[in-house]
Design a protein around this ligand. Sequence first.
Ligand code: HEM
Length: 394
Amino acid sequence: MPQSSLLGPLLFHIAITDLLIILSTGINMPRASASHAKLPSARTVSLVVHRPYYRSEKKFSVMLAVWGQFLDHDITATAISQKSDGSSISCCSNSGYRSPECFAVQLDKGDPFMEYNVSCIEFVRSAPAPKCYLGPREQINQVSAYIDGSVVYGGSEESARSLRTLEKGKLRMLEVEGRELLPVSENLTDGCNREVEYNKGRYCFVTGDSRANENLHLTSMHLIWARQHNLLVKKLSKVNRDWNDERLFQEARKIVAAQLQHVTYNEFLPILLGKSTMEKFELLPKKKGYFEGYNDTVDASIANSFAAAAFRFAHSIIPGLMKLLANDTSSPEYVATHKMLFDPFKLFESEYLDKTLNGAMNTTIEATDSYFTKEVCYITCKIFVLLFLIFFPS
Ligand code: HEM
């Protein structure tokens, strides 16, 4: 009998109820209680456990979270289930049909969202990774797990080509009043562009990662790293006059990837893991010489538990109010975090990039705990709908 056959247990006379229990406990279904009864809805747990509670972590700024999210998008992009024609699945529509990939969250009476006439939160399961044996469902990572700049250049050759000018090694940029912005998506139904904005000539941006417009800090990171690529190309071309477009592009890409790795290992991870863990596992960049311990037999792919769960730890450190700060001496403006979601259009305004990043460097993060700002409800609820439209616009 082939190992992959789900009929296997039946042939071995395992009762169908036992099989269902196996499926609901660790194979393909959400966790159930010890008696195999359904657990309370995720939304109920969220309302009871993740209450808003504000305790800031004064030592660190929002830039820590901004880097974390940018890095996350370089190394993980879990695939979401789609219909067989590639279009998106809707779990809350009243069409009658429910895809087996739906885990929509029904809201209980008395849920604060009822006030807005919302009774169901969309939730489509991640696509299952194909496996040749019976075992827990696993997810698929759509990008490379290496810190290689795929967030800037895309996860494929094709995507990188579409972002390049194919001249002098450069990435395509949009020039607006003497400032370089990312290239724009002129697809008005991409789920990100808004009529009121494109009527003003302002569009969402196209980058190596489809999540780039999700919040203004993230879009700003995309912009400065694309600019960094073009700056490197300019410098490289001055000292290597015989390098063609391809060589300039690839060499600059290598440097960008190395810089992303350097910031991650030199600045981000020591905060996250602590000095002693960094030292114990020899994770700190060397001051001189080379690391000789690379082991190419270690599976470097991302652990699903990390990509789909653990690395989301930082959702709890996002504050509800962000500063915008033009320069060190100006007085800050404040903006509610949810207002920065899917609003890349602000980058068309002069000085907004500086204000956004300066603001992130001068806003303290929340402590890592089980409490979330109310704004994160906007993040998870509003974004579930918006992201969905962006990733699966058809
Ligand atoms: C304002 C900032 C952020 C917003 C709006 C945001 C929003 C989201 C949304 C909507 C998702 C997909 C829905 C879900 O499955 O939860 C997601 C996934 C995720 N987020 Fe965030 N996030 C933010 C910041 C961060 C930060 C700072 C980190 C880590 C340092 C992070 C790590 C992750 C991870 C690991 C995933 C899963 C990715 C995958 O499975 O491919 N996010 N985020």
